[in-house]
Write a protein that binds this ligand. Structure first.
Ligand code: NAP
Length: 246
């Protein structure tokens, strides 16, 4: 097995599919892992990425045992995982005063526990082989907060905390760990936002438009490329200028 293997969680989602396309286009064998992988959804994915070396697996990223079983299956079939993209994410919005514990737990489970669950499965092997790339898809909301998203902001900020600390632990082993913080990207997740709110958000973006999934996928591909071998612990904002900081 001489191909490099990438695991992309949320790989059938809006941003995830485009990440799969880019990484497979760069010559990696890509395993897209997602919660709902019914036949119609798989077919749509394979049709969209026809000709590329892509595969689909089912996983609930909030379950440690599910993640362990997923990685065992992938490694038995395709070989060791060289690249992990933690891209699965959900929102369960409510103002803090109305937010239920269920909404909090659901978002922390899928958006933050997932990064622990999957990094745990792949980090030892990456360190032993002396190479590996991990990219965590965080969010501008983790940097700046957003009304009604205390759960999401906490999970995404926590994800970057994990990134910074893990990056330090594995840097000498040839493994890089970075985050990307998208701004507002045109996918099913943002389609769920009411038009009036979305238009207001767009008006606040210096570039005057939402991003496209490929804006994120290109950044992921860069962080996974040899050109980024000296970058680790970084949070790369891709947001059209919506949040500019050091
Ligand atoms: P999306 O189209 O909804 O994709 C998210 C994917 O994650 C979906 O395929 C979803 O599957 C999957 N997923 C949800 N729960 C899961 C679970 N328990 N186990 C495995 N997979 C699960 O959203 P997106 O916009 O592409 O978002 C991708 C990532 O970017 C997310 O982490 C999101 O937080 C982040 N992000 C997005 C934006 C944006 O503006 N779109 C901005 C900042 C950050 P189902 O469809 O079956 O639920």
């Amino acid at each position: 097995m001489n191909h490099r293997v990438a695991l992309v969680t949320g790989g059938l989602g809006g941003i995830g599919t485009q990440i799969c396309r880019r990484l497979a286009g760069d010559g990696l064998r890509v395993i897209a892992a997602d919660l709902a992988t019914d036949a119609a959804r798989r077919q749509g994915f394979f049709d969209a990425l026809a000709g590329l070396d892509v595969h689909v697996e089912t996983v609930d990223v909030s379950s440690y045992d599910d993640c362990a079983a997923l990685v065992q299956r992938i490694e038995a079939t395709h070989g060791p995982i060289d690249v992990l993209i933690n891209g699965a994410g959900i929102t369960r919005d409510a103002s803090f005063r109305k937010m239920t514990q269920e909404q909090w737990n659901a978002v922390l489970g899928v958006n933050l526990d997932s990064a622990f669950n999957l990094c745990k499965q792949v980090v030892d092997g990456m360190c032993e082989r002396g190479r590996g790339r991990i990219v965590n898809i965080s969010s501008i909301v983790g940097q700046a907060g957003a009304f009604g998203q205390v759960n999401y902001a906490a999970a995404k900020a926590g994800m970057h905390g994990l990134t910074m600390a893990l990056a330090r632990e594995v840097a000498r082993k040839g493994v890089t760990v970075n985050s990307i913080s998208p701004g507002y990207i045109q996918t099913a997740m943002t389609a769920a936002i009411p038009d009036e709110v979305r238009n207001q958000m767009i008006a606040n973006i210096p570039m005057g438009r939402m991003g496209q999934p490929d804006d994120i996928a290109q950044a992921v591909a860069f962080l996974c490329s040899d050109a980024a071998s000296y970058l680790t612990g970084v949070n790369l904002p891709v947001n059209g200028g919506l949040f500019i900081s050091f």
